[in-house]
Design a protein. Structure first.
Length: 250
């Protein structure tokens, strides 16, 4: 069992949804947890025009992320945990390249080192080492490609369709903050599935966005590499999985 969640954008994560997510992990004990990009926001070093709104120092934001990662490892002591670099994590690399190039590559200034991923046995998947801008970044989960592609579309499902048409494989995309799916049967009978995988952050800096909250569960057939995908939408009151209710705290 593989659980895939993305766009927590710490410290803008939805704390109630995160608490419910931890309960789910504790009960289901997946074999593999994939943090599919934008786990951390790196707001303070964004290129966008910023207004101070977190009330937290940059170091404190890192500590929040470290604490959440440690909680995942405590809940899943034997599971495989993978963190895929998204465009928000890439902000750190971009900042060093453009504003502190003399410090680029120094020990302690990478995501794995800042968050202590070696000690937590969490594998970090960066995009291309020589990239000076964010590029497509993904891993393979059976016949499903899971990643963070720098593409958006105005309507839910359009990004998934565009990616399937472009890449010619089944894939699961973070980045869009919403739920969408697109299926295509090829002339040779293959069914390709494109998925936009919801998000785990709160809309603290956009008014009435078209975002949906949740994550995905994927089951793999080891020999054939076929997969079965189950989206979990976290609604106003929570969600149901295998007949069990997961309720959001009031």
């Amino acid at each position: 069992m593989v659980v895939i969640a993305n766009d927590f954008q710490i410290p803008f994560h939805n704390q109630k949804a995160l608490a419910l997510f931890k309960v789910f992990l504790r009960r289901e004990k997946p074999d593999w947890l994939i943090l599919n990009g934008d786990f951390h926001d790196f707001w303070e070093i964004s290129n966008f025009d910023l207004t101070p709104r977190t009330g937290k120092e940059f170091l404190e934001e890192i500590k929040i992320g470290q604490k959440i990662l440690k909680s995942f490892r405590r809940i899943l002591p034997k599971a495989r945990i993978t963190w895929i670099e998204g465009n928000h994590e890439f902000r750190l690399r971009r900042y060093l390249i453009h504003k502190a190039k003399e410090l680029y590559g120094l020990p302690g200034l990478s995501v794995p080192e800042l968050f202590g991923l070696k000690e937590l046995n969490i594998k970090y998947i960066p995009c291309s080492q020589g990239a000076s801008r964010f590029t497509s970044n993904f891993i393979r989960v059976g016949n499903l490609y899971v990643g963070h592609w720098p593409t958006v579309a105005k309507h839910a499902g359009y990004a998934a369709k565009g990616l399937v048409d472009d890449k010619g494989v089944s894939l699961l995309q973070g980045h869009t903050h919403r739920f969408g799916a697109h299926a295509r049967t090829t002339v040779d009978g293959r069914v390709l599935l494109g998925i936009e995988n919801l998000c785990m952050c709160k809309a603290s800096y956009i008014s009435h966005p078209n975002w949906q909250m949740g994550f995905s569960v994927v089951y793999l057939e080891t020999k054939s590499r076929r997969f079965q995908w189950y989206p979990i939408l976290i609604g106003d009151r929570g969600f149901v999985w295998k007949g069990r209710e997961y309720r959001l705290a009031a």
